[in-house]
Design a binder for this molecule. Structure first.
Ligand code: GDP
Length: 470
């Protein structure tokens, strides 16, 4: 409820130099007055943005709990748009919870996850894409992700969307002027101009949709499955990429029965790397068989994911001119669609056994093939550079371009693009009133992206991703 005054510890849980307790709402001044006394004995004046040193006392017993600094931010010029205070106290776990208790006893209620940011949104202090970016920024696992989400949290995407909304509004109002007042000599747009403005907006939408892959690769990571027959070097490759011995490496076939997922960096992008059970043709072990079935299922799911298919020097019998039975089983398990990005990788290059024929067969089939060694690291930079290049193109500039970072955003922009395509068709067929309707639909899809016309459910979903205190 917005009329409650909320509070929470905004610094991470645990022992630290200081803890910050945030209080926001109408009763903020009253609550702080009850528990915070300036050290010089003067009356608390709540001068905005001025730090005051004082004692923090229990509102029940009046005893001093700690001493610290209180900073006040007056509504509406605060993060939440409400009267807000931040009390910095000593960062011990017990002392922090005693100060929080004092605030609660003085009349505040504990904030829910993301409630401070939700209030900022509801009070018009922040657009929805800014709020989403703030959640992503707190979650950022790489510098590139922090730059991209940081740009959006400072309003880059929001600005782009509002420019698009303004263009749409201009078209919509021009069309409705023409439709509502056909007899008036109002200055309406020529069809050619209308058409080229719609084209421009469609191009903006398509650019945003295409850039989504980059946004996803930088902030969330692309799923990347490692598969291959037993003993081909999957776990060693996985361990090399994650830089730790997380997966069990042995020379007993069938060791990795469970799938293990880990996030790794490949230059500016992230991979959600999955090590899997080795696929082989025949196994009598029921658990291993279940593992293999699960891998096969996984390989055909997650459209858009990368599949590293591992081979090694004994994968291809040059005399018989065929793949080994297990490698054939691996090849047969690969999805046949064009959605997955299949990357063949020949392992154990440090063993210096010729794999030239295998390499040329794989290159013929998949258009590429990488040769690596997980023991020496040879070939890894080339492979990871290739993967990064799939998502990061030449003109890539995290600070200049605008990126969508959530499925929700991309769905809205897709919807806007569909409506714009329909608007073009209607215009072409001479139905200006229909054109106007489609333009209005496109406008609401764009506005919704930034939470300017959005359902309660979407807002709830977005803010549940925050931690308490933000
Ligand atoms: P998995 O069953 O496919 O996961 O294979 P592992 O990663 O467990 O490796 C099987 C065996 O191959 C182990 O003895 C590894 O030490 C060895 N191996 C894996 N990668 C390399 C490599 O790049 N070079 C060499 N020389 N041996 C490797």
């Amino acid at each position: 409820m917005l009329n409650d005054t909320i509070c929470a510890v905004s610094t991470p849980h645990g022992k630290g130099g200081i803890s910050v307790i945030r209080i926001s709402g109408d009763k903020c001044r009253d609550i702080v007055s009850r528990i915070f006394k300036p050290i010089n004995g003067s009356k608390l004046t709540f001068e905005p943005r001025k730090a005051v040193y004082g004692n923090i006392t229990s509102s029940l017993s009046g005893e001093t709990i700690d001493d610290g600094i209180m900073t006040f931010f007056a509504a509406p010029a605060s993060f939440t748009g409400e009267d807000t205070a931040e009390i910095s106290c000593h960062g011990g776990i017990v002392v922090t919870s005693m100060v929080l208790d004092a605030v609660l006893n003085a009349g505040a209620v504990h904030a829910e996850a993301g409630e401070f940011t939700k209030r900022a949104f509801l009070n018009g202090r922040m657009s929805l894409t800014k709020a989403e970016a703030t959640a992503d920024l707190l979650d950022a696992r790489s510098e590139s992700a922090a730059v991209l989400t940081g740009e959006n949290s400072r309003g880059r995407l929001s600005k782009k969307l509002s420019e698009m909304a303004n263009s749409l509004l201009f078209i919509a109002s021009s069309l409705s002027a023409y439709i509502d007042y056909p007899d008036e000599d109002l200055e309406d747009m020529e069809d050619d101009e209308l058409d080229s403005r719609i084209d421009g907006l469609l191009e903006e939408c398509n650019k945003l949709i295409e850039g989504r892959k980059t946004g996803e690769a930088v902030t969330e990571g692309i799923p990347a499955v490692i598969c291959g027959k037993p003993n081909v070097g999957k776990s060693s490759f996985f361990n090399y990429l994650i830089g730790e011995d997380r997966a069990i490496v042995t020379d007993i076939p069938g060791t990795t029965r469970d799938m293990i997922e880990y996030q790794v960096k490949a230059g500016k992008i992230m991979l959600k790397l999955l090590d899997t059970a080795g696929i082989r043709e025949n196994t009598s072990d029921i658990v291993e068989k279940m593992g293999i079935d699960a891998v096969k299922k996984r390989l055909s799911s997650d459209s858009g994911s990368i599949i590293f298919v591992l081979f090694t020097h004994d994968s291809f019998d040059t005399e018989k001119n065929e793949f080994s039975k297990d490698d054939k089983a691996v090849l047969d398990s690969l999805p046949k669609d064009t959605e997955h990005i299949i990357i063949p990788v020949i392992t154990k290059s440090d063993m210096n056994i010729s794999t030239e024929i295998l390499k040329s067969i794989l290159t013929d089939s998949f258009g590429k093939c990488f040769v690596i060694s997980s023991s020496t690291g040879s070939g890894m930079d080339e492979l990871l550079g290739y993967v990064e290049g799939l998502y990061i193109k030449g003109d890539f500039d995290l600070r200049e371009n605008v990126y969508l970072t959530s499925v929700r955003q991309v769905n809205n922009i897709r919807r806007a693009a569909e409506e714009l395509t329909e608007a073009k068709k209607a215009l072409y067929n001479g139905y200006k009133d229909m054109t106007g309707i489609f333009i209005e639909h496109a406008l609401s899809a764009i506005m919704e992206t930034d939470g300017r016309e959005t359902g309660e459910a979407i807002i709830k979903d977005i803010f549940s991703r925050f931690c308490v205190g933000k």
